[in-house]
Design a protein around this ligand. Structure first.
Ligand SMILES: NC(=O)c1ccc[n+]([C@@H]2O[C@H](COP(=O)([O-])OP(=O)(O)OC[C@H]3O[C@@H](n4cnc5c(N)ncnc54)[C@H](O)[C@@H]3O)[C@@H](O)[C@H]2O)c1
Length: 270
């Protein structure tokens, strides 16, 4: 018997990267997983591939920044499955690297909407269901940036710090109903998200992609970049019966890295 046998689990942003790794791990642990992603075609392709591996996974199109769509997604899911046991709020977006003094309103709102507000919509919708059923588990994916901000990505840092506060608040509010809410703070994993980020940072430092990758690697105490499986193991633990007395907790899964601290030099005056 697997530890999540028969449980209904939603993974937002599960079509690639960390979310896909998390979906695979929860399904391997016995859960019936729904990948909810705005990349509809990719989500369906990846779900089909996981089914080929003998796992119970399906896909659904969902844009977590659309409040009404999130609400109706969870209403439809509960009417179909009668319950929602696990929600992993993984979907999020990186920020165009820029100092605060040059950060545009549109970029601030885009990042906050996709990385914090969307997770709030999902927490609210799933929280209502879990409160009703008096059981459930939510894991929100924050970042080491949520604990220790990195320069030049203020909107992202703020969104991820917000995820930690959202997690701890919801954990208090749902504790009486036996619903657990925790967060993970991943360190660097070389997904599409991070490739984009590294590409921008290396240009600002005037170094090659290889040099940038190596620079990050040497800053990680355990001496290697993370893999999606590393993060998935942390998430799966928080969903498992072994974590039955853990709520409102923030688990850093980062090879020991606490944050990316670098102070940029003065910018040339225009
Ligand atoms: N990769 C890292 O090093 C790292 C480190 C710390 C935290 N994180 C966080 O982990 C999460 C996953 O990161 P990743 O590296 O796998 O990113 P990724 O960009 O490779 O994948 C993100 C997935 O989320 C989906 N998504 C984005 N916006 C969405 C929306 N509005 N509605 C529905 N789906 C949406 C995308 O379609 C994509 O499938 C993010 O929250 C990210 O901030 C990543």
């Amino acid at each position: 018997m697997n530890q999540l046998d028969g449980q209904i689990a939603v993974v937002t942003g599960g079509a690639q990267g960390l979310g896909l790794g998390i979906a695979r791990q929860l399904a391997r642990d016995g859960a019936s997983v729904i990948i909810a992603d705005r990349q509809e075609e990719k989500a369906h392709e990846e779900a089909a591939q996981l089914r080929d591996e003998g796992l119970t996974v399906r896909a659904a199109a969902l844009d977590i920044t659309d409040s009404a769509a999130v609400a109706s997604f969870f209403v439809a899911l509960v009417s179909q499955e009668q319950r929602v046991d696990i929600l992993i709020n993984n979907a999020g977006t990186g920020q165009q690297v820029a100092p605060i003094v040059e950060l545009q309103d549109a970029e601030w709102h885009r990042v906050l909407d996709a990385t914090l507000t969307g997770a709030f919509y999902c927490c609210r919708a799933a929280g209502r269901i879990m409160e009703q059923q008096e059981a459930g588990c939510i894991v929100n994916v924050s970042s080491i940036n949520g604990q220790n901000p990195a320069a030049l990505v203020a909107a992202y840092n703020v969104a991820k710090a917000g995820i930690i506060s959202l997690t701890r608040t919801l954990a208090l509010e749902l504790a009486a109903y036996g619903v657990r809410v925790n967060a993970v703070c991943p360190g660097p994993v070389y997904t599409e998200f991070n490739q984009r980020n590294m590409a921008q940072r290396r240009v600002s430092l005037g170094i090659s992609e290889e040099a940038m990758i190596e620079r990050i690697r040497t800053a990680i105490p355990l001496g290697r970049w993370g893999e999606p499986e590393d993060i998935a193991q942390g998430v799966a633990f928080l969903c498992s019966p072994a974590a039955a007395w853990i709520t409102g907790e923030v688990l850093r899964v980062s090879g020991g890295m606490e944050g990316v601290s670098a102070t940029p030099p003065k910018r040339p005056r225009s």
